[in-house]
Design a protein around this ligand. Structure first.
Ligand SMILES: *Cc1c(COP(=O)(O)O)cnc(C)c1O
Length: 390
């Protein structure tokens, strides 16, 4: 019997090493990884530049404390602000923590405005994490179940629906909108172009904070450093995690304009957040993405990948929708298809199925042309066989 708490229904496979887009299991079998540890290892496995940064830092100094100056943290904050247009950064260790800080900024912002019972607009079908506040913000009843009472102060509206947000403009308790630019866990839902731009305008005219959760979409995944850059806006609050450390745990909450200087000493903190090791890894990730123009590569190849899948599935009626942006692709079937994950595993390809009926692909940016072809061939064949026998 496993001594692990039973929080995951795990597949019967264990990986011992990796290289680029490939993983190897305990039996020596090789797999093409089109999940990247859920949008984490964008630079693939065992990337030499990241390994070197981690190795060097671990031989120098791992951790001091946020009681002291940490130059590496300062430098990383400056770099992230340059890339994002944001102004201040709080570093933490995970996505849920990054969103917790966003939510606390909204609460404190409300407090400064004298609003006693503030509300944050959140979306149906969203995912923001598993802590009490972030699971309460999440728009999935399965995530709430068993954990009532939820944290109050969230007002839910349908995603990609401007009218539903406008209908709340009269509510003087609203202080912020929290939204994913592309819903990841929710099934790779890409909103209409200009959705975030319109939300930006609504926030501006109501003095609300626009808080964008880029934990899955950020750091190049959609073909821009941050997905809101497709809409040419800057949020007030931005949360990051997943790909920021390529596997080294690190998250960040960034603030701009009216969201800056809201948190002051005593308001928030973290023991590990932004330590030297995590910051060294993240700096190496950003540098590697820049030096090799990986994000432009994702923008171009992502478009191609989506087209190739659309083509591969033209006469398969069971495939009802194919959507995506960059290296984030969802293939929705007209039926539950969770068993495709183990069928793909058998064929040596790691895929994910979310929301029961949607294949989600989050391949690493370093995937080769040949591996891309293998992914298209294996996934399209599996789906064809599956939908013909079901
Ligand atoms: C993964 C994810 C989170 C939670 O991140 P953790 O590191 O698992 O806490 C929050 N928001 C989005 C959009 C995510 O994809």
């Amino acid at each position: 019997m496993s001594k692990l708490m039973n929080t995951y229904a795990r597949l019967p496979v264990s990986f011992v090493k990796g290289q680029g887009a490939l993983l190897q299991d305990t039996e020596g079998k090789s797999y093409l990884d089109a999940v990247s540890g859920i949008a984490v290892c964008s630079l693939g496995h065992a990337h030499p530049a990241i390994a070197e940064a981690i190795c060097e830092q671990s031989q120098t100094l791992l951790h001091t404390s946020n009681l002291y100056q940490i130059d590496k943290q300062q430098q990383l904050a400056e770099k992230l602000c340059d890339l994002s247009g944001m102004e201040q950064v709080f570093f933490c260790n995970s996505g849920a923590e990054a969103n917790e800080a966003s939510i606390k900024i909204a609460r404190k912002y409300a407090n400064q405005k004298g609003i006693k019972h503030p509300k944050i607009i959140v979306m149906e079908n969203s995912f923001h994490g598993r802590t009490l506040a972030t699971l309460s913000a999440t728009g999935n009843p399965k995530v709430h179940e068993g954990f009532y009472p939820l944290v109050e102060g969230f007002e839910r509206v349908p995603f990609d629906n401007i009218g539903a947000v406008e209908a709340l403009e009269q509510d003087s308790d609203i202080v912020a909108i929290l939204v994913e630019p592309v819903q990841g866990e929710g099934g790779v839902h890409v909103p209409q172009a200009g959705y975030l731009k319109t939300l930006r305008e609504i926030c501006d005219r109501n003095d609300w904070l626009l808080m964008i959760d880029e934990i899955q979409t950020g750091i190049g995944r959609t073909g821009k450093w941050f997905a809101y850059q497709h809409d040419d806006i800057i949020p007030d609050v931005l949360s990051l995690a997943k790909a920021l450390g390529n596997g080294m745990p690190i998250g960040a909450t960034l603030a701009a304009k009216k969201a800056t200087d809201i948190l002051v000493p005593g308001n928030h903190g973290t023991t590990f957040g932004g330590n030297l090791l995590a910051c060294s890894a993240a700096a190496a990730v950003i540098n590697t993405l820049e030096v090799h123009n990986y994000i432009e590569h994702v923008a171009q190849k992502g478009e191609q990948l989506l087209q190739d899948f659309i083509e591969a599935f033209t006469d398969i009626d069971a495939v009802v929708n194919i959507r995506g942006k960059g290296y984030m692709i969802g293939i929705q079937l007209n039926q539950p298809c969770g068993e495709l994950v183990s069928q793909a595993l058998e064929k040596g390809v790691l895929i994910n199925v979310t929301r029961g009926d949607t294949i989600r692909l989050l391949p690493p940016f370093v995937m080769t042309q040949e591996q891309t072809q293998q992914l298209i061939t294996v996934v399209s064949q599996l789906v064809k066989d599956f939908t013909q026998t079901n």
